[in-house]
Write a protein that binds this ligand. Structure first.
Ligand code: GMT
Length: 374
């Protein structure tokens, strides 16, 4: 197949899922055309089946906001026509699904059929999409997609709850490439951060409010009072300055490191003892799956699709959103040397259930069905 993939070129989340999916499809012999405004961070290699088409967004003094959606739709039209693409797969509904609809209509007017698959990732539904400023467009473009997938059952249910969507939504969970995400020998790194054998707790995110990083910091604050520990915060975003202030005010700045955006996050996870994701909402929690693959147990909230990934008492623990005291109790239990090895083993076993080779065929089958129906 020749597949056009539209995504955000982000370091985590939907951008990573789209990029890794494209890479997997290319390895399976499909031709993959990425269409986005910037090279996705994990698309940093050569493969004869992978193509990258940058969306050109000309500016003009009249535009307070450059019309990205129009530029993207035009790019999709051009790529479909010039590269003879069979199907467009857009990740994150806003504005990719409506831009794809526009491209589909333009192509139809020229006698060309192009099926569109939309994958819903989370905030495009739970946070941004249901805002009345976007809702009519999101509802319409989901209903007009030829195939719709969501990354968890919880997100599927949320979509039906918040939108007047009548399309069948197939749940295809996020996946992990275990050849990349695996525990590596990085003892020198661990020694540098935890010279006295402290336990290492890690959080990675885009530092948005929905991630509740305060809870991760507060949990760490209480944990380190009872067991020697360090905290690594990976990523960057709007909450960074506020969280740095909180860490200073709590007097724990020496035990906490902000690493910023990292591409090789698996190297950090390789030396971690515990991963914390206290999110207000989380449709799947790809970063938590990456941690599991590196044998790192989880402390998460029970929001969104997290219960579909983190198994209570097996791969870690789930707490009600904001229940820091419960997170502290559970973290201390996991970090106990008597319990930690079993949690690490369970983490890897769980990650194997989401291995790329198991999930990729679900997308391929979805594409086949959509192509046959159109
Ligand atoms: O919030 C993020 O981490 C980014 C966001 C995105 O849209 O890229 O992530 C969403 O999609 C990921 C990939 O499917 C999911 O694993 C995340 O859980 C989801 N984030 C939220 O629902 C908040």
């Amino acid at each position: 197949m020749k597949i056009g993939i539209v995504c955000y070129p982000t370091f985590g989340g939907s951008g990573v899922v789209a990029t890794e999916l494209g890479k997997g499809l290319a390895k399976n012999g499909h031709q993959v055309h990425f269409i986005t405004y910037q090279q996705p961070p994990r698309l940093d290699f050569f493969n004869e089946n992978v193509f990258y088409h940058e969306v050109n967004i000309p500016t003009y003094p009249l535009f307070q906001y450059a019309p990205y959606e129009s530029a993207l739709a035009s790019a999709m039209v051009n790529v479909v026509l010039n590269q003879n693409v069979d199907l467009l797969h857009v990740h994150y509904a806003i504005p990719h699904a409506s831009a794809a609809y526009m491209a589909k209509m333009i192509l139809r007017s020229q006698g060309r059929t192009i099926p569109v698959v939309t994958t819903l990732h989370g905030t495009d539904i739970t946070l941004v999409g249901k805002d009345e400023s976007y809702e009519p467009v999101v509802t319409f473009s989901i209903n007009e997609s030829d195939g719709v997938t969501s990354v968890s059952e919880n997100l599927r249910q949320d979509t039906y709850k918040h939108f007047n969507v009548h399309r069948e939504i197939e749940v295809i969970p996020n996946f992990i490439d275990l050849s990349r995400f695996r525990r590596q020998q990085k003892e020198h790194f661990k020694k540098a951060i935890c010279p006295n054998g402290e336990k290492l707790i890690v959080h990675t995110s885009n530092f948005r409010r929905v991630k509740r990083i305060d809870d991760a910091v507060m949990m760490f604050y209480h944990v380190q009072q009872q067991t020697p520990a360090k905290l690594l915060l990976v990523g960057d975003g709007p909450e960074r300055a506020r969280i740095e202030r909180l860490v200073r005010d709590l007097g724990i700045y020496d035990q906490v490191r902000f690493l910023g955006k990292l591409d090789a996050v698996e190297e950090v996870l390789s030396v971690a003892d515990l991963f914390v994701m206290p999110s207000e909402n989380e449709s799947f929690g790809l970063a938590a799956l990456e941690a599991l693959a590196c044998e790192v147990p989880l402390i998460t909230s029970n929001a969104g699709g997290l219960p579909e990934l983190n198994i209570q008492g097996v791969t870690g623990f789930l707490s009600p959103v904001g229940d820091v005291a419960d997170m502290v109790k559970n973290a201390l239990y996991i970090l106990d040397d008597e319990h930690l090895p079993t949690f690490k083993e369970n983490a890897l076993a769980r990650a194997k259930e989401f291995e790329l080779s198991r999930i990729l065929p679900l997308y391929e089958a979805h594409y086949e069905r959509v192509l046959q129906a159109s």
